[in-house]
Design a binder for this molecule. Structure first.
Ligand code: ADP
Length: 248
């Protein structure tokens, strides 16, 4: 459903994307890992229409999108700072996309209430953003993106600022809803475990290109992914504690 062909982007003399090509299937969640500065945000912003590439093509369901403004692309870009409208309550923040599209009031109520419920936010609909916890703000931001039925969600380290428990809750909620609505997702994270939990497939950004692994096992086997090193670390800890227990 998404085809990216030979995307190029440089800032001055720094080449960030180098003939980058890849494709994503309908309903797929692709986790993208990569070092800081490797060009992940640049890629997502180009897809979302927030930056222009120097060259290349992007097709969404076979339709070229690079000449379209962001709001006509059927993609939503979300990052850590949720940027809710501070003067609108939770309900109105979520309903915003439907109001802009001038849908009938009854449909706006019904769709917003259903999504509030699914996101576990039904009891908070009258609150202002500043009255919400970080995780709750994320839910509202997520709802605001989902309510317009995007074809593709572009998530840039969305859970980076949440504590680990809230982060896990959000990961579960996010997976459930993306599956239910069959949304395709590009999910940028620097967290190996998160990439493995969330992605149907895993990719790594390196030297201006995106390497997609056909199988999770290929990713783990590739020493450059760092996965094996991390697993060996935890295996070492387990062996050590087993040995200690035996010795006692
Ligand atoms: P990542 O998201 O992987 O951390 P970015 O896409 O944010 O990487 O940045 C990739 C590289 O491009 C970095 O070296 C960064 O400094 C550079 N870069 C990003 N935006 C700009 C810009 N507007 N002007 C100049 N350089 C930029």
């Amino acid at each position: 459903m998404l085809e990216v062909e030979k995307l190029k982007k440089s800032y001055g003399r720094e080449t960030v994307l180098r003939d980058l090509s890849f494709s994503v299937r309908e309903g797929d969640i692709l986790s993208i890992l990569g070092r800081s500065g490797s060009g992940k945000t640049t890629l997502l912003k180009i897809l979302a229409g927030l930056k222009e590439p120097d060259d290349g093509e992007v097709l969404l369901r076979g339709r070229p999108v690079l000449h379209l403004p962001p709001q006509k692309r059927g993609m939503v870009y979300l990052y850590q700072e949720t940027l809710l409208f501070p003067h609108l309550n939770v309900f109105e923040n979520m309903a915003f996309g439907l109001r802009v599209r001038k849908l009938p009031e009854k449909e706006i109520r019904q769709r917003t209430e259903q999504l509030l419920d699914e996101l576990g936010m039904a009891g908070h609909s009258g609150k202002m953003p500043e009255q919400l916890s970080g995780g709750q703000q994320q839910r509202v931001a997520f709802g605001r993106a989902l309510i317009i039925n995007p074809t593709l969600l572009l998530l840039d380290e969305p859970f980076g600022k949440l504590d680990s428990r809230t982060r896990e809750e959000m990961q579960e909620l996010f997976l459930r809803i993306c599956r239910e609505y069959r949304i395709s997702v590009l999910f940028v994270t620097h967290d190996l475990k998160e990439a493995l939990c969330m992605g149907d497939r895993i990719a790594r950004m390196e030297q201006g290109q995106l390497k997609i692994y056909a199988q999770r096992s290929d990713f783990i086997r590739d020493t450059a992914s760092g996965a094996k090193k991390e697993m060996d670390f935890w295996t070492g800890i387990r062996e050590e504690s087993k040995k200690k227990n035996k010795d006692q």
